[in-house]
Ligand binder design. Structure first.
Ligand code: MRU
Length: 358
């Protein structure tokens, strides 16, 4: 059975508490918008697509419970709830994309002659559809990504490096960058995956390593500081990473450490791919300079499971993400629609009509 970060049935939402992995597998019930905000903020659920899906499904759960005396009250509730959820984590665009799309939908539905109950049902359906669509998009990216890697890097015995966790745990299922690794594995082309531990929060050693072992994908864990050494001494064919926000010029915000991996890959001539559903693409921001980077608690650096590991009194800086400039994304940006070079991404997405609502 594949790992699932989200358990949803109409009226009930449970999420796998990723803070406890890999030692404990505990599903926590999410009842309210504030529960979802707290779960996202504290990274009980994390990964750009999973954050947005949990936010939207929490709205669905709340809507089922509540009665609204008018369309205005319903629309106010939807807007206030989603606006609040957008503030939990600022860098990933997916929650903002989902919120803006749902707010727009309510606005449109409220303008016609439907009843409050029917509008509620339509919003709930839209939230629920996100689960299925995310898995389908991930499978498409897996296919596109596997194909482009085989074309660019050779047909067999592929060795692929990845960073952070972009798998079933970070999405509704299958994964984005890990989805590409999974797709290569399924067709017998993957020789080996390398995953970085991803300090300071250890999404690589706690979550990606867990997924690799669970799904029997041959993989090796390396320290973040071993990236250059691994690229020098192992036959790394390609690097695949996820995205929290890909902007108009192709610059990409992703987990801290992605940027240095891209620099090292360029040094060794190893193709570097970003795997990003269109829900992580934000064409409203021209370049990476304008992306807001979340800074997290110093405790993530100075403590391990509550135990002090750094010298007390030391100053810290803990940005959770960095921005990889488009020119280092040498392999391409893999989306559910196909693979694009960063310089043509905006044009292609606009032609497809697939970009975020503002
Ligand atoms: O801080 P996190 O764990 O939410 O960061 C996750 C990442 O940076 C992922 O690479 C990104 O969200 C893509 S997940 C499919």
């Amino acid at each position: 059975m594949s790992l699932e970060s989200i358990h949803y049935k109409t009226g009930s939402l449970k999420i796998l508490n990723q803070r406890l992995l890999p030692t404990k597998s505990v599903y926590e019930e999410i009842h309210t918008i504030q529960d979802a905000w707290d779960a996202i903020k504290t990274m009980m659920v994390r990964g750009a697509p999973a954050i947005a899906i949990v936010g939207a499904l929490t709205l669905a759960v709340e809507l089922i419970k509540q009665q609204f005396e008018s369309k205005t009250k319903l629309s106010e509730f939807v807007e206030t709830s989603l606006t609040h959820l957008k503030t939990a984590r600022p860098t990933a665009v997916n929650m903002t994309e989902a919120a803006n799309r749902l707010i727009k939908l309510v606005e449109v539905l409220c303008q016609n002659s439907m009843s409050v109950e029917i509008i509620k049902e339509r919003i709930i359906e839209e939230c629920e559809a996100m689960l299925k669509k995310d898995v389908a998009d991930n499978k498409s990216m897996g296919q596109h990504g596997a194909k482009v890697i085989i074309n660019q890097c050779g047909n067999d015995n592929l060795h692929v490096m990845t960073h952070c966790n972009t798998g079933s745990l970070a999405t509704a299922g299958y994964g984005t960058a890990i989805g590409v690794i999974r797709a290569l594995h399924e067709i017998g082309k993957l020789e080996h995956a390398y995953c970085t531990e991803t300090r300071p929060y250890n999404q690589g050693s706690r979550l990606t390593a867990y997924e690799m072992v669970h799904d029997k994908i041959p993989a090796t864990l390396i320290a973040d500081s071993a990236v250059a050494m691994t690229m020098k001494t192992k036959p790394i064919s390609a690097v695949v990473v996820g995205a929290d926000r890909v902007v108009a010029n192709g610059d990409t915000a992703n987990k801290i450490g992605t940027y240095q991996m891209a620099i090292v890959a360029k040094h060794f001539g190893i193709p570097f791919f970003v795997v990003s559903p269109s829900t992580s693409i934000d064409l409203h921001i021209p370049s990476g300079e304008d992306i807001v980077i979340e800074e997290r608690s110093h405790d993530e650096l100075t403590k391990m499971k509550g135990h002090q590991i750094a010298a007390p009194g030391i100053g810290c800086w803990n940005p959770a993400f960095d921005v990889t400039p488009a020119e280092l994304i040498t392999g391409g940006i893999v989306t559910e629609h196909g693979v694009f070079k960063p310089e043509v991404l905006k044009k292609e997405m606009e032609e497809l009509g697939s970009y975020n609502i503002r």
